[in-house]
Design a protein. Structure first.
Length: 146
């Protein structure tokens, strides 16, 4: 645990239609992926809330998903937080596909092991960031002591 990260940043601000152009990037220290996508600024508010309250009695998986795994879609991005055993070990799963052809095709699927408290921190950071996404939001599973 500890070598991974998740990064959200804005590549292009709203030009009047309400849509922002975002970039998501993540790594577990061995594998990494980056995907850009269009969405509304407040799309991360609900995902952040669910992460900050994770896990709940009735839900031990929380997912943000955009695009589709269908090849006709422009891209696919899924970010899930889940517990994987009875004692509460957790991870962030990242699934990315850009659906391009030939040498431009890129796909990734990996996990970032972390503690539940780290997932809660990600949720709180994502909620703060969604209110003002002008500065990139980076999360690491382990906080470094200063």
């Amino acid at each position: 645990m500890g070598d991974g990260h998740v990064l959200f940043k804005v590549l292009s601000l709203d030009d009047g239609d309400g849509l922002f152009f975002f970039e998501f990037s993540a790594s577990n220290g061995l594998f990494s992926a980056t995907q850009d996508f269009w969405d509304y600024r407040d799309t991360f508010e609900e995902f952040g809330r669910m992460l900050s309250e994770f896990p709940t009695v009735d839900k031990n998986v929380v997912t943000f998903e955009i695009g589709s795994m269908e090849e006709t879609a422009a891209y696919y991005l899924r970010v899930s937080a889940y517990t994987f055993d009875a004692v509460g070990h957790a991870a962030i799963e990242v699934v990315v596909g850009n659906h391009r052809k030939g040498e431009q095709l890129a796909k990734a699927n990996f996990q970032i092991p972390c503690e539940i408290a780290a997932i809660n921190r990600l949720g709180k950071a994502l909620r703060r960031w969604s209110a003002d996404p002008t500065v990139p939001m980076i999360w690491k599973p382990i906080q470094k002591e200063m």
